[in-house]
Design a protein around this ligand. Structure first.
Ligand code: UD1
Ligand code: CA
Length: 456
């Protein structure tokens, strides 16, 4: 059945309550637009095609999401949900099952949709409903004495009695394309809002003897729409709590699941511990027994086994080898690769550098555009001067090098294996292997010198 599924995502609504110039569906949850969340879920259903109905003047939506494999269908005027779905009909194959989703309902799960699709067949329509304590504003599901669905009545059109019904229409449904097309042609807009309601197809399908099978959701958040910034923040928390729960189910220890943010994909080995206020972005892979300190940010990082990342580190686009120790307060910038057991201490910045096994940069350094051998010790305050104002240059440091504190490497420069560099040196030329090199001026003392005194 998966091959003849078409998903239609309604996303033409204006979203005025967001009070933003950005179209509503481009606002973000976990750093991904809410529409993209819906499209991603639709893709997991193995749909043959996905159509997104976007609004007039909303060109920013297809422009921003142009990389996604969907059909963009413009609904020039927002004449209602029925009218919106009708725009997509011509592009849908006769035998397809059509699944209707909303672009502003981002947390709908694949499992819920699989059930909903299964409820739709040749002679049946699947309708996703939910029971709410406060159903105000929603369309209500009207059933007969034998509990058969008869129709949906919109809140604004409902009688006092009908408004007592707490089973609501989530808006999400699945049905055969040809039946849907036939009913959509019969819609009118004689209702309180003067719109072509998709919900009116329910009464039409009853007339057609099409069974209506309702399905439901485990979690109400799955069917909650986002209309303003308060709901956006609520859905962000819901999403984050789900992500946190998934990690904990995989065995990750989260010091506080309410204080971790996952804006991408995190995979973790065994016995991983995450302290509070950590942010993960992009694709992050954590090995076994990794610990991440409070307030750290990891973006597109692969971390080996037994690594300790202490508090407040920012690590981006990097590969951290097994048993490394990083931080606190370290910054590892893109294209950095640390081999096993490297130590990066506080206030150290490393950029676009390869650092081999067992090397240590423990305090207050900048290492950029550098290849460094194994077992190197970099003294506090050492800086690679990699930029001459126009171009970047490389620093090459061999194995077993000892660099005294406060050394500057004026790149391009090479340091041989086993070299020792005296503290305070400015290295401008090749340093030979095994030698002591220092460029500091000799210390002198001036005998009998007196400090100036204040004139009276
Ligand atoms: C709709 C349902 C209501 C249901 C509720 C659930 C109808 C008539 N009513 O009401 O039964 O309880 O959703 O949230 O369907 N859209 C378009 N083009 C349009 C109109 C809407 O693309 O011309 C899109 C919106 O962007 C949104 C979705 O359709 O994603 C629903 O529209 P909205 O205006 O929120 O519908 P409601 O009036 O809330
Ligand atoms: Ca709505």
């Amino acid at each position: 059945m998966t091959n003849n599924l078409t998903v239609v995502i309604l996303a033409a609504g204006q979203g005025t309550r967001m009070k933003s110039d950005l179209p509503k569906v481009l606002h973000r949850i976990a750093n991904k637009s809410i529409l993209e969340h819906v499209i991603d879920t639709a893709q997991q259903l193995g749909a043959g095609s996905i159509s997104v109905v976007y609004g007039h003047g909303g060109e920013r939506v297809p422009q921003t999401l142009a990389h996604l494999p969907v059909n963009w269908i413009e609904q020039a005027e927002q004449l209602g949900t029925g009218h919106a779905v009708a725009q997509a009909i011509p592009s849908i194959q006769a035998e397809d099952i059509v699944l209707v989703l909303y672009g502003d309902v981002p947390l709908i799960s694949k499992e819920t949709l699989v059930e909903l699709i299964a409820a739709a067949g040749k002679d049946s329509l699947g309708l996703l409903t939910a029971k709410l304590d406060d159903p105000t504003g929603y369309g209500r599901i009207v059933r007969d004495e034998s509990n058969k669905v008869l129709r949906i009545v919109e809140h604004k059109d409902a009688s006092e009695d009908e408004r007592q019904i707490n089973e609501i229409n989530t808006g999400l449904l699945a049905v055969g394309r040809n039946k849907l097309a036939g009913w959509l042609e019969k819609l009118d807009n004689k209702n309180a809002q003067g719109e072509y309601y998709l919900t009116d197809i329910i009464a039409l399908s009853v007339q057609d003897n099409t069974d209506i099978n309702t399905t439901s959701v485990d979690k109400i958040a799955e069917v909650m729409g986002i209309n303003d910034k308060v709901q956006l923040a609520e859905m962000e928390r819901e999403y984050q709590m789900d992500q946190a729960e998934k990690l904990m189910r995989q065995g990750v220890t989260l010091r506080d699941p309410r204080r971790v943010d996952i804006r991408g994909d995190v995979t973790a080995g065994k016995d991983v511990e995450i302290d509070v206020n950590v942010i993960f972005e992009g694709t992050v892979k954590l090995g076994n027994r990794v610990s991440v300190g409070a307030g750290s940010i990891l973006r597109d990082v692969v971390v080996g086994d037994d690594v300790t990342i202490k508090d407040y580190c920012v690590i981006e686009d990097a590969n951290i080898g097994a048993a490394c120790q990083i931080g606190p307060f370290a910054r590892i910038r893109p294209e950095t690769r640390l081999e096993e057991n490297v130590h990066i201490g506080n206030f150290v910045e490393v950029k676009k550098s390869q650092i081999d096994k067992g090397s240590k940069i423990n305090h207050l350094s900048y290492i950029g555009d550098t290849t460094m051998g194994s077992k190197v010790n970099i003294g506090a305050g050492t800086i690679t001067c990699n930029y001459d104002g126009a171009n970047k240059h490389q620093t090459k440091i061999g194995n077993d090098v000892f660099v005294g504190s406060d050394t500057q490497f004026i790149a391009p420069v090479e340091i041989g294996d086993g070299a020792t560099i005296g503290a305070g040196s400015t290295i401008t030329k090749e340093v030979l292997a095994g030698e002591l090199t220092l460029s500091r001026s000799k210390q002198v003392s001036i005998k009998g010198w007196q400090r100036p005194r204040k004139k009276k």
